[in-house]
Design a binder for this molecule. Structure first.
Ligand code: B12
Length: 314
């Protein structure tokens, strides 16, 4: 089991160092073990308890009343309360008010990367869930997903993070975003157009299309998330069955010999109904000039381009 010094426990739990000491002295909230030189060392459970105490206090609970509760009781209280959701836009672009208190976006990003550094996957999962509840789907895309994945990508390149850490973060993000996507299927849609979303066979990078799905949630578009790695024939069949107006195809890998995007797009152009549109997004490599004049085809290099197009849909 990991043991963290007070500064790290403070960052992981979001409770200031001074408050940590005060809660220990006054309420015996968490009493960490000490090392030979008398310094506090916090366990995973200590950090988890502190994080829950902090969240519950920002939801209006008094520390004196909850400090002695067990981890399981605090978890139960949190489960009950986190059903409530309030989204209040704030004048500060970096801060969002929610039922869990004010969310400071740069601080949240920092604590996510710090938690990943220490493999604190429970902290990451909790933070991502909180952010998804507090932010609009669009803000979650621009303020959290894009900067976070880029930062983690750079750290993996510099070998500051391992591939395992990158995979762990991807899995948690995918889980929570998936939850939101499937919940949104029950909501009434504002737009008539029907979109299917996928990546070409061989392209496993899924976050571009998850972001596209979140934008569809945000703007009330009916969409079918088909997951990544779909052969052209299967996509064409799905478009016919669903009578889809368009397919959003996400491409991330620029150089990958196993993906011939030109062939993929060509097949779709032939096999999909005349009125269906093919929208290719991301930086995947293909010959733009081969398709540029075709009315069925649109190229969307960034998420911003896609947002513009989604807003124009009927
Ligand atoms: C997470 C990740 C993975 C995960 C993906 C998990 C998942 N479920 O998606 C896993 C571990 C599977 C993976 C595998 C690989 N990966 Co990878 N991966 C990444 C990482 C860290 C993040 C990618 C990501 O999703 N970013 C978020 C996206 C959306 O941001 P973005 O790519 O910058 O895209 C912007 C635009 O291009 C555009 N956009 C992108 N997609 C879309 C889609 C639509 C519809 C629209 C409109 C716009 C759009 O919007 C974005 C924001 O502006 C990047 C590092 C990085 N710095 O990005 C590497 C990276 C993309 N991976 C890379 C590589 C090489 C690989 C592997 C080949 C590694 C290997 N040796 O196995 C495999 C390939 C697998 C495959 N066949 O597809 C390279 C690609 C290099 C290149 N020149 O193409 C990168 C850049 C890392 C690097 N620097 O080397 N990877």
């Amino acid at each position: 089991m990991s043991k963290y010094p007070i500064q790290v426990a403070s960052k992981l739990s979001g409770v200031g160092v001074h408050t940590l000491r005060a809660w220990e002295k006054r309420y015996h909230a968490v009493e960490p073990v000490r090392n030979d030189s008398g310094r506090r060392l916090y366990s995973d459970d200590d950090v988890e308890k502190l994080r829950l105490l902090s969240d519950l206090c920002s939801l209006g609970n008094n520390i004196g009343a909850i400090a002695s509760k067990q981890l399981s009781e605090l978890n139960e209280m949190m489960e009950k309360l986190s059903g409530r959701e309030v989204r209040v836009p704030s004048s500060d672009q970096n801060k969002v008010e929610s039922s869990n208190g004010v969310i400071d976006i740069p601080e949240s990003l920092k604590s996510l990367t710090l938690a990943l550094e220490f493999y604190k996957l429970d902290v990451i999962s909790h933070e991502v869930k909180k952010l998804i509840l507090a932010l609009s789907p669009k803000d979650f895309v621009y303020k959290i997903m894009i900067p976070l994945l880029q930062d983690v990508g750079f750290r993996v390149e510099r070998k500051a993070f391992s591939i395992a850490q990158e995979h762990a973060l991807s899995a948690i993000l995918k889980f929570h975003i998936g939850h939101m996507i499937y919940q949104s299927y029950q909501q009434r849609k504002k737009k008539q157009s029907l979109i299917v979303i996928t990546t070409p066979e061989g392209e496993l990078h899924e976050f571009g299309i998850l972001m596209a799905s979140l934008l569809c949630c945000h703007f009330g578009v009916t969409f079918y998330y088909l997951g990544p790695n779909l052969p052209a024939d299967a996509l064409a069949d799905a478009m016919k069955s669903l009578n889809a107006d368009a397919a959003i195809i996400g491409t991330t890998v620029v150089t990958n010999n196993s993906i011939d995007l030109d062939v993929y797009i060509e097949q779709l152009m032939k096999k999909t109904p005349k009125q269906s549109q093919i929208w290719v997004g991301g930086l995947g490599h293909f010959s733009f000039e081969n398709f540029a004049s075709n009315k069925k085809f649109k190229y969307l290099p960034t998420i911003k381009h896609l947002e513009g197009l989604i807003q124009q849909l009927d």
